[in-house]
Ligand binder design. Sequence first.
Ligand code: SF4
Ligand code: SF4
Length: 306
Amino acid sequence: MMERKELTLFIKSEAARVGFDACGIAKATAVDEETVAFIEGWTKEGKHGTMHYLERNCEKRYDPTLLVEGCRSIIVVALNYTPKRAIEGISNYAQGSDYHKAVKERLYMLLKSINEKIPCQGRAFCDSAPVLERYWAVQSGLGWIGRNRQLIIPGKGSCFFIGELIVDIELEYDEPYRQSHCGNCNKCIDNCPTGALKREGFDARECLSYLTIEYRGELPENIGEKMGNCFYGCDRCQAVCPHNRFATPNDTAELQPKPELIRMNAEKWRTLTKEQYNVLFSGSAVERCGYEQLMRNIKECKDSKK
Ligand code: SF4
Ligand code: SF4
């Protein structure tokens, strides 16, 4: 049987082989008290808006050993989504097929590889369970959380999906990433069109990503000016981040936009039918925002009113 160190190196090389751009490993333990207090305070103030799922399963969220019985280690991976060619109006992360599937399929390939070396039980997650993904990414040494609230991987930027394989084997653990390289920069805060990002914190209720994707009610008045041409999500606090200068376009087949999406234009968006929506977005993360909500956004979008 492989030694722990050798197995850890094998897992990291397999993570790269199946397509991940970074991999770090943390010991599965309860989340630190400071993080719990921060999240509790944030939700108590209602800054999570209507994302009530954040109020549920807190015990599991704060302790992954309650989520996956018998787990010992959290293997954290990152998959680049920087687009080669971005379709205007749609956030970079949603240009291709649903990322949950793309990440989890690769995580299960990784679990299969591990099982060829050692018996191992594990569960794969990607934005699909109460797991504090960015916290674990920092704990596993992948990078730091920028003032834009995103994980930033040194030398690679912030356009990454995060996934976790929570397993029942002991491994060698990475040191948490303790530095921030934001320095005196405040570009993300200064360029946030709604003021959702503030020096003193983040309020999801004002964020265009929340409003266009998660929020089902009527959009605030005059939000269209702030949306610009973006009707699904918002990338501005990432676009201005100097650490994304080093980002390279992804070459993951499933994350590329469909040809039908590439052929869209402002007029076609304005007159999109339910049938066309189904063709464009079946198997895409955009399905989270149903047809009616997407049309609500498109109508509000400044560029739709030209
Ligand atoms: S996604 Fe857009 S609206 Fe939300 S915090 Fe970032 S810049 Fe602000
Ligand atoms: S834009 Fe500047 S402050 Fe914001 S996350 Fe990037 S480096 Fe940090």
